[in-house]
Design a binder for this molecule. Structure first.
Ligand code: FEO
Length: 398
């Protein structure tokens, strides 16, 4: 039987490890993930969140390793996305709890997921429940990252159940921050922020300020993905502040696809220009990289330069994909420009510039277009584009 993992005298992790997840709605999860659920053994045993539907049995085994699931009296659903609520309806049938607590939007969402009366009780920021000698208080975290998102705080033990926030997609059998490899998790935490939390960065900063004003000082932060922060919970809070601020550094990302190698040649010339100006550059071909890797690379960058060949009077499909994805992530403080190659109609390359503008990217220079293979003059124009963007970055970050 799979075992629960003890976090404190009263709190156990009863979640599931998804070692083989490689795609989380479009985000490449190269190291899998966990779905964390927590059991609080107050006089009224309380389950905080559940797991993805397919992992119901794993969660139940872990619960059974500690108590009879029928003894669970309270369930809290901090977040209605199906990786945490997929197993909720089945769990309710098996445990028949007295009360199920959710935010107002949580009630709406869960009803729309399950289309049945789940007898949910709505709580809001500041509400507290007594689970028999222990108090759990609630803090709504609207749009972090869904409208229903909510935190629960076990006051006596100062354990904050933070749903998706402060998590990462990392399958690990080590439950705590101090047990996990420092060479692995920082990139996964950053990638998770860049792909999940980034669009809500202003809300992150306001929310962290609100938490500070409330005097909330958690000893443990227990998110719904990845591991539990027990040694140094402030580490991830400080990283969130840094990432949410989106301060650009002297780095640029070139994202492109290529048909017969011309756009790739242009990308390399632009990179050379950027490097000559002292800007660090990453060149990502969409033929070989996932869109979520681009989002990660962009998080601390000051410029996004995008390139495409023209195919049937359109930009390349992989470029439409990544631009659609990045547009949704709303990265701020970016400079940029476009480039591309064509055979007889260069107009579609302007779609890239227009999309960058729609994303709020400040265009540094007009697009460079090459009819078929770039000649020496066009190559030099590309290099000059890199030099110009590097210069603009330095002016911006001074
Ligand atoms: Fe992990 Fe928003 O679900």
């Amino acid at each position: 039987m799979m075992q629960a993992v003890k976090i404190s005298d009263k709190v156990y992790w009863v979640g599931a490890i998804d070692w083989n997840l490689r795609d989380f709605h479009g985000y490449a999860t190269r190291r899998g993930t966990t779905y964390n659920a927590y059991l609080v053994l107050g006089e009224k045993p309380t389950l905080v969140d559940t797991v993805k539907k397919e992992f119901y049995d794993e969660m139940m085994q872990r619960i059974k390793s500690v108590i009879d699931p029928k003894k669970i009296q309270i369930i809290i659903s901090n977040h209605s996305e199906l990786d945490h609520s997929g197993a909720l309806a089945q769990t309710l049938e098996a445990t028949e709890p007295d009360e199920v607590y959710v935010s107002a939007m949580g009630q709406k969402n869960l009803t729309a997921h399950f289309h049945r009366d789940l007898k949910l009780k709505i709580v809001k920021t500041g509400d507290k429940i007594d689970i028999g000698g222990d108090i759990i208080s609630f803090l709504e975290a609207r749009m972090l990252h869904w409208p229903d998102s909510m935190f629960s705080y076990l006051e006596n033990e100062k354990i904050l159940f933070s749903n998706d926030v402060f998590g990462m997609h990392l399958a690990t059998d080590k439950l705590f921050d101090d047990e996990n490899d420092e060479h692995v998790w920082p990139t996964e935490a950053e990638k998770y922020y860049a792909n999940i939390v980034l669009p809500y960065s202003d809300i992150v900063l306001r929310f962290l300020e609100q938490v500070k004003k409330m005097g909330l000082t958690p000893k443990v932060i227990a998110p719904d993905h990845g591991f539990v922060w027990r040694k140094n919970p402030t580490k991830i809070v400080n990283l969130y502040t840094q990432w949410a601020t989106q301060k650009p550094t002297n780095k640029a990302v070139i994202v492109y696809d290529t048909m017969w190698g011309s756009s790739e040649k242009m990308a390399r010339q632009i990179a050379d220009g950027l490097s000559s100006g002292g800007t660090r550059v990453r060149i990502l071909s969409m033929h070989h990289n996932d869109r979520s890797e681009v989002a990660l690379a962009l998080l601390d960058s000051a410029a996004l330069i995008v390139g495409t060949p023209v195919l049937n009077s359109q930009i390349f499909p992989a470029m439409a994909d990544v631009l659609c994805y990045l547009k949704g992530l709303k990265k701020k403080n970016l400079l940029g420009a476009a480039f591309g190659s064509y055979g007889w109609n260069g107009a579609p390359i302007d779609v890239l510039t227009k999309t960058l503008e729609e994303m709020g990217v400040q265009i540094v220079c007009p697009a460079v277009k090459s009819m078929f293979v770039p000649d020496e003059q066009t190559s030099e124009k590309c290099r000059e584009m890199g030099v110009q963007i590097s210069r603009a970055i330095k002016e911006k970050i001074q």
